[in-house]
Write a protein that binds this ligand. Structure first.
Ligand code: IVH
Length: 718
């Protein structure tokens, strides 16, 4: 297996290092094409996938993060919902350091750059690196006029309306403040507020959030400031942008001035001069980290004197006068008390280690995923060893667990010295622990290798699969039914009362009718009050008409995620057209099969899975019952009525010279055309550039109209 396809969890350190280098080079190449020449070679989605892989590897191997890593480059370009703000001074990033030695090097480099002997004469500030979102607050004539996110460092998003809901941020500055002031700092959500919000979400049967940072980010990017106002966000000031006049001469004094102006400033900031003192403060902050009410991921050191900062200046994206000393991914020792098997919606058996509770990075960890049978044995997805042979994970073993950022806790390794005679190798079940059906590892048709996932073959018989399916059905991106969270779904699923039970998704929509005719009233059951029952029924009724893509996603067809569901909805337009095509389709033959496969973004595996779903009578029965309760709304055909290509299907093939593939596709779709990946009888136009091959031949064979890129441009009006 090539290194670039090895799952991140199974990379060795050496492979990870090579991959990070490759990704840094590749992403830099695409950045240059995108920004410099406006001629990208890959789609945004592919680009994002590269960045995500880079981030995931870095989360796993924080010690390997490169100074030229794409993650260190200033964030992504703004998404376009909010108005754009060009920063008066760019918002920069920080270099990272990971070891005491790195810190020594940083300090030495400052002295060297300034041509001074390292004599502890230069002071540095040391302050926590807050894990939130950076924000630039612009005041003109002492009034807050604009609040902007960092965006790509040059241009951010105008989120002023949302920032105004943060009470900690002054909207006015005192009379002695300069005319133009840009205060910069971090917006974050306190851990306690995050936990309270999640408790509330859970009580309301809504999905909980992952971590304070993502929640803060989502809250800030709400279009409705009322939502932001409900999520208590906070702020720490630590930097500045444009200033019509400087109120102080050092980093320390600047921040003190911000404090006097009414901004929250971080109390753990110190001004120190020796490397030893800096490192001691870093350790001290590290010790306090679990008890702080906000997430931090390191300590930032900055040269204190602003005249020295000015002399030191910047490298490409980060100042020479500052660095972020990151905390290592947190690890701890604990014991495996048990290994449980969870059965998911698609029948996957996932082993989970139940651990003696242990605090890792301020979070109590009691479970860690063990992924699959091979992972327990110490074998990665590619078949390579990820731990030495005898380091298989056994019940009773002492293990090292790691938690890094958002990543689910992992069992990294076994402490062999602590293994006792009674700890026997774990035997992975051959049957589903929930329904008793055979559990098998399927063979991958292409590679001939055994899949790493063991699956329950019970299908509908399996209660675990059924209940997980309902949870998926009501989840945020599917039917999004408020008031039906995990707990409530479990309750309705377990109930034997005909007036309460929900065994399949359509039962959700008959619940009220069954309640109306019954004496067992939901509102008398603990956990459901009158109001919440009324709200639940309202939430259910609100989904009786629902977007087609949500319905398709909610069906829970294997391999059909949100994106594929959207593609299908757009391509077929209506549920009837989709279902009819799927029932007559292939597998692997016929027009309907070819049409499904011609959708750009749908490959054979996905297509086969969809077709298989519609061949199963039990699925058809459930879908039929659902459709007697719910009306899928036809997908919004983005048809521009006066466009000559509206409703037409077009295939681009060969090299395009005037557009990138993605751009051509976006333009065509914007005009209401469908863009397909392969040529069929339903294709209206084939736009062929130099080097076009089999698709062009096929078009000629089928008599489909072929045109050049220029002819296409003339058709769509240039
Ligand atoms: S100073 C020119 N100080 O870290 C340097 N940044 O990796 C400006 N951050 O974009 C940044 N706490 O979002 C600075 N005390 C702190 C910080 C801090 C968190 C974030 C900030 C910045 C990122 C750089």
């Amino acid at each position: 297996m090539a290194v670039d396809t090895i799952p991140v969890e199974t990379l060795t350190e050496e492979q990870a290092k090579a991959e990070l280098q490759r990704l840094a080079d590749e992403i830099a190449h695409h950045d240059a094409l995108y920004h410099g020449k406006d001629k990208p070679e890959i789609s945004d989605a592919d680009y994002d996938a590269l960045k995500r892989r880079n981030d995931a590897i870095e989360a796993q191997f924080p010690q390997l993060v490169r100074t030229d890593s794409p993650s260190q480059r200033v964030g992504a370009a703004p998404a376009g919902i909010f108005a754009q703000v060009v920063h008066a001074r760019p918002m920069l990033s920080l270099d990272n350091t990971f070891s005491d030695e790195d810190v020594q090097d940083f300090v030495s480099s400052v002295y060297r750059f300034l041509g001074q002997m390292p004599d502890n004469s230069i002071a540095f500030t040391a302050e926590p690196k807050i894990d939130g979102l950076s924000m630039s607050l612009r005041y003109e004539n002492r009034k807050l006029v604009t609040a902007a996110t960092r965006g790509d460092g040059t241009t951010g998003e105008n989120v002023t309306a949302n920032i105004l809901t943060i009470k900690e941020i002054p909207t006015e500055l005192p009379a002695d403040a300069p005319d133009v002031v840009e205060v910069r700092g971090e917006v974050y959500m306190a851990k306690s507020d995050f936990l309270a919000l999640n408790a509330q979400m859970e009580a309301e049967g809504k999905q909980t959030y992952v971590n304070p940072r993502n929640t803060a980010s989502g809250s800030l990017r709400q279009l409705d400031p009322k939502v932001t106002a409900n999520r208590k966000l906070r702020f720490f000031a630590y930097a500045w942008g444009e200033m019509s006049q400087m109120p102080a001469e050092t980093q320390w004094d600047m921040v003190q001035v911000f404090g006097r102006w009414g901004f929250p400033i971080n109390p753990l900031t110190r001004r120190l001069s020796s490397v030893a003192a800096i490192i001691a403060h870093y350790s001290d902050i590290g010790l306090q980290r679990p008890d702080l009410d906000y997430d931090i991921d390191g300590v930032v050191y900055k040269v204190d004197r602003l005249d020295l900062q000015a002399r030191l200046g910047f490298r490409s994206r980060s100042p020479r006068w500052a660095t972020a000393h990151k905390f290592p991914a947190e690890q701890a020792f604990t014991t495996v008390e048990a290994i449980d098997i969870q059965v998911g919606r698609t029948g996957a058996l996932t082993p989970v280690a139940r651990l003696t509770p242990i605090t890792v990075g301020g979070v109590v960890v009691t479970n860690a995923t063990l992924h699959n049978e091979d992972y327990i044995k110490g074998i990665g997805n590619s078949g390579d060893r990820i731990r030495p042979e005898e380091h298989d994970i056994r019940i009773g073993d002492t293990v090292i667990v790691q938690r890094a950022g958002d990543v689910i806790p992992q069992v990294l390794d076994v402490v062999l010295e602590k293994r006792e005679a009674g700890h026997t190798p774990y035997v992975f079940p051959k049957a589903c622990p929930v329904c008793g059906s055979h559990a098998v590892r399927e063979k991958n048709e292409k590679t001939g290798k055994l899949d790493s996932v063991t699956r329950c073959t019970g299908g509908f018989v399996c209660r675990a699969q059924a209940v997980e399916h309902i949870k998926h059905f009501v989840s945020r991106n599917a039917f999004d039914i408020e008031g039906l969270g995990t707990k409530q779904v479990d309750f309705f699923f377990e109930s034997d009362d005909p007036a309460l039970m929900i065994r399949t998704a359509p039962d959700i929509f008959t619940l009220k009718a069954r309640q109306d005719q019954s004496l067992t009233k939901l509102e008398n059951i603990e956990g459901f009050g009158r109001v919440s029952v009324r709200k639940l029924f309202e939430a259910i009724d609100a989904r009786r008409e629902i977007a087609l893509n949500r319905v398709i996603f909610a069906l829970g067809i294997r391999h059909v995620g949100e994106t594929t569901a959207k593609l299908l909805a757009r391509s077929y337009g209506s549920y009837a057209a989709f279902a009819e095509a799927m029932q007559v389709a292939g597998p692997k033959f016929g027009d309907a099969w070819n049409e499904l496969n011609s959708i750009d973004g749908i490959g054979e595996v996905v297509a086969a899975s969809i077709v298989e779903f519609f061949k199963e009578p039990r699925n058809l029965e459930v879908v039929q019952r659902l459709l007697s309760e719910v009306t899928p709304l036809d997908a919004e055909a983005a048809v521009v009525s006066d466009s000559p290509v509206a409703g037409k299907t077009v295939v681009f093939t060969g090299a395009l010279e005037r557009f990138t593939r993605d751009e051509a596709k976006a333009r065509a779709e914007g005009l209401g055309a469908k863009v397909a990946g392969s040529v069929s009888k339903k294709t209206d136009y084939v736009v062929a550039g130099p080097g076009a091959g089999s698709k062009l031949d096929k078009a000629r064979e089928l008599g489909v109209e072929v045109m050049t890129e220029d002819e296409w441009l003339a058709l769509i009006g240039g």
